[in-house]
Design a protein around this ligand. Structure first.
Ligand SMILES: NC(=O)c1ccc[n+]([C@@H]2O[C@H](COP(=O)([O-])OP(=O)(O)OC[C@H]3O[C@@H](n4cnc5c(N)ncnc54)[C@H](OP(=O)(O)O)[C@@H]3O)[C@@H](O)[C@H]2O)c1
Length: 285
């Protein structure tokens, strides 16, 4: 049995990790009890808890909000990730850090990004740049870090794309959804199981892309969410990203391929199957 600390355990992925059946002892760290941007109290808490593994799911995840609060986004996504990496190194714990597809600029078409592709999103959103800074600082301070990149996370009960689509459909009775932004949806319960599989097999340090299968456009993802929740009568119009103004422009084709974990036998099912489970949970709410 391993003592595993889940940082951000009240969030979408943190909850999924806690709800996944495992032999391990799980501990949690989240606001308001713990603030990982406070280096001294985080160091104290880690020394007290003495985890063998730390999974960092905590982040400033409001992509548009980060444009108005860049300092806070960097404090959480980069500086605090660095504190965790440093203190894990000190304690001999290993850090499993969650990152994003947005570290890639998404300008490559036709081919997904592998783990060995060099991330670069110099001109991306504040969120994207703060997460890339987080990856770099984690690697700098921690020799055995696992960096797990994911995209378009959704979970039962969370604030996420399919939940927002269904709410908007009920509110407006018709939708316009971007059809030229592509990513791979990632279902938090499937991701949580994959992370524990990697932990149990002592997967080596490095980068892992963990996503549910193949790419979709926002439009395809939305259409399937409406169909699976019995709303396929709601009209949905495909539009270009240029018609959907928002403070942060996400990369248009930051599509991740899972090669590293797949080579170890860890894969996630197609997102359509995962979304069907999400829709079942949604109907039961
Ligand atoms: N959501 C996506 O579509 C997506 C896509 C790609 C990558 N990711 C990455 O996946 C990871 C998990 O995302 P998620 O959607 O599960 O996030 P989430 O639901 O926003 O959960 C993050 C948790 O971290 C907590 N937190 C934030 N700042 C903190 C601080 N200073 N100290 C302690 N805890 C803090 C949050 O608390 P509050 O809620 O009180 O702020 C929240 O409970 C993140 O690294 C994110 O960047 C997410």
């Amino acid at each position: 049995m391993t003592r595993i600390l889940i940082v951000g355990h009240k969030g979408q992925l943190g909850r999924a990790l806690f709800n996944t059946s495992t032999e391990h002892e799980l501990l949690g760290m989240d606001l308001p009890e713990y603030d990982i941007t406070d280096a001294a109290s985080t160091q104290y808490a880690l020394r007290d808890m003495r985890p063998q593994i730390v999974i960092n799911t905590a982040a400033y995840t409001n992509v548009d909000g980060a444009e108005a609060e860049p300092d806070l986004a960097y404090r959480i996504n980069a500086h605090a990730a660095g504190y965790l990496a440093r203190f894990c190194e000190e304690l001999g714990a290993s850090l499993w850090h969650i990152s994003t597809n947005e570290v890639f600029d998404g300008t490559r078409s036709g081919q997904p990004y592998d783990e060995w592709d060099l991330p670069d999103n110099t001109h991306g959103s504040t969120y994207a740049r703060s997460k890339l800074a987080g990856e770099n600082v984690v690697r700098f301070y921690h020799s055995r870090a696992r960096i797990m990149r994911i995209s378009w996370l959704f979970a039962p009960g969370g604030v996420n794309f399919p939940a927002k689509i269904v709410a908007a459909a009920d509110r407006h009775g018709a939708l316009r959804v971007v059809d030229d932004e592509f990513g791979v949806p990632t279902y938090a319960p499937d991701l949580a199981r994959a992370i524990f599989q990697l932990i149990d097999m002592k997967a080596p340090p490095g980068v892992y892309h963990l996503v549910n299968g193949e790419a979709a456009s926002r439009y395809e993802f939305a259409k399937e969410a409406l169909r699976l929740t019995g709303r396929d009568h709601i009209p949905i119009t495909p539009i270009s990203h240029t018609e959907w103004q928002r403070p942060a422009q996400p990369p248009l084709r930051a599509v991740l391929a899972n090669r590293a974990a797949a080579a170890l036998g860890v894969t996630l099912r197609p997102w359509q199957e995962a979304l069907a489970d999400w829709a079942d949970a949604f109907r039961g709410q």
